[in-house]
Design a protein around this ligand. Structure first.
Ligand code: FEO
Length: 392
């Protein structure tokens, strides 16, 4: 797309990637994504904020073709979807100084082979005058790499936040106006990459709480005109108290585990507990991650393959362990044919989860009435734990 004016002197010069369907060879992108970059023109100096994914560099090149001079290039985040175009930018504008946080400087050299002599680090809170417009750089680490920072444009009260407050969405409109699903999209993105750093995200939210913000311009997805709404959502997602919900990643091979899962869904639901089941044979792991943002309990449900859990469920547990949601309770449900260590393997795969593990329900072959009773007892135990925790 061509450069588009956000406000006078601030242009969107990034790329919309409508066709991309996978990020990091892991994260589904049902709505594509964008690699936003911004050009800020002061009276004296011009600055570019972030570059784009290398595959979309042609869009940035086209947007900058009539921009003869760039004095500063701000790298808010080193990951290549925002920094991949920097080598070209620095070659195109030999006068430009690349500005980054202190931790980012070696990372820019490592990941992109940039000459450290072109990079000037900025301190947390440092100001930079462009003439009639000034940046303030705010270190916001771990959203989601250690070096990440945000850039605040003081006069126009725009926070260029890079990944946080962003969403993987491609669209032609600049702003979130009319995008009903924006909080769901942003939650998905938070869940996928920022949830492991929830406590630090809370600190970053505290750090910007007194900023007078008119617009939040992230580096993925549309620009927020109502900063309070997305900030409030981040407060909720990072809050220590989970919701009264259970996430069940499950798979069945010959139907036994499915019977247990169906019983557990009904039993929990009838006890007032919300359930989010995910058949891992077909599930969107982004939606699984979203449900884990608020869940109080994780129940992994798997049949036994040889001696271990079905790999699709083990994969879901490994993912949950990596994402470190605020779950407080966990259990295992499943089936086996003759023997196995399915439950032990799944429990061992969640060391990062600070959970109380409730008794597992494992059946041999088809579930028997006693197995279904055990499922009901597990539902009783989960509901009681949620009630004790004040979740309902
Ligand atoms: Fe959008 Fe962490 O890069």
């Amino acid at each position: 797309m061509k450069p588009r004016e956000i406000i006078p002197g601030v242009l969107a010069v990034g790329a919309q990637d409508f066709d991309r369907r996978l990020f990091d060879a892991l994260i589904p992108l049902p709505d594509g994504t964008s690699y936003n970059a911004y050009l800020v023109r002061g009276r004296d100096k011009t600055a570019l904020i972030d570059a784009v994914e290398p595959a979309m560099l042609h869009v940035l090149r086209d947007c900058l073709k009539d921009v003869p001079r760039v004095d500063y290039v701000v790298s808010n985040h080193t990951e290549q979807d925002h920094s991949g175009g920097l080598p070209w930018v620095l070659e195109r504008y030999p006068e430009a100084v690349l500005l980054s946080s202190e931790p980012a400087k070696p990372m820019l050299a490592d990941h992109l082979g940039l000459d450290p002599a072109r990079i000037r680090t900025v301190a947390d809170g440092e100001r930079l005058e462009l003439g009639g417009k000034a940046f303030r750089f705010i270190y916001t680490p771990w959203v989601h790499w250690p070096e990440t920072m945000s850039t605040y444009l003081e006069e126009d009260r725009i926070l260029f936040s890079c990944d946080w407050f962003g969403s993987h969405m491609a669209q032609t409109d600049l702003f979130v106006d009319g995008v009903d699903c924006i909080l769901a999209e942003a939650k998905r993105y938070y869940a996928e990459i920022m949830m492991p750093f929830r406590k630090i995200v809370q600190k970053n939210l505290d750090k910007i709480k007194d900023l007078d913000i008119r617009l939040i311009a992230p580096s993925h997805g549309p620009i927020h005109r109502d900063p309070a709404s997305i900030i409030r959502a981040y407060r909720d997602w990072t809050d220590d108290k989970p919701h009264n919900s259970v996430v069940i990643p499950w798979v069945t091979m010959h139907g036994s585990t499915a019977v247990l899962v169906e019983r557990l869904i009904d039993a929990l639901s009838s006890r007032g507990v919300t359930v989010f089941p995910f058949n891992m044979a077909t599930a969107d792991i982004g939606k699984l991650a979203m449900s884990l943002v608020d869940a109080a309990t994780l129940v992994a449900a798997a049949p036994t393959v040889h001696v271990g859990p079905h790999p699709m469920v083990l994969n879901a547990v490994v993912l949950a362990n990596a994402l470190r949601p605020k779950v407080r309770f966990a259990s295992i449900v499943g089936s086996y044919g003759w023997a196995g260590k399915m439950a032990d393997t799944l429990k061992a795969a969640m060391p990062n989860l600070k959970v109380e593990v409730l008794p597992a329900v494992i059946c041999k072959g088809l579930p028997k009435p006693s197995d279904l009773e055990a499922i009901d007892k597990l539902a009783d135990a989960i509901a009681a734990k949620h009630r004790e925790a004040g979740l309902f």
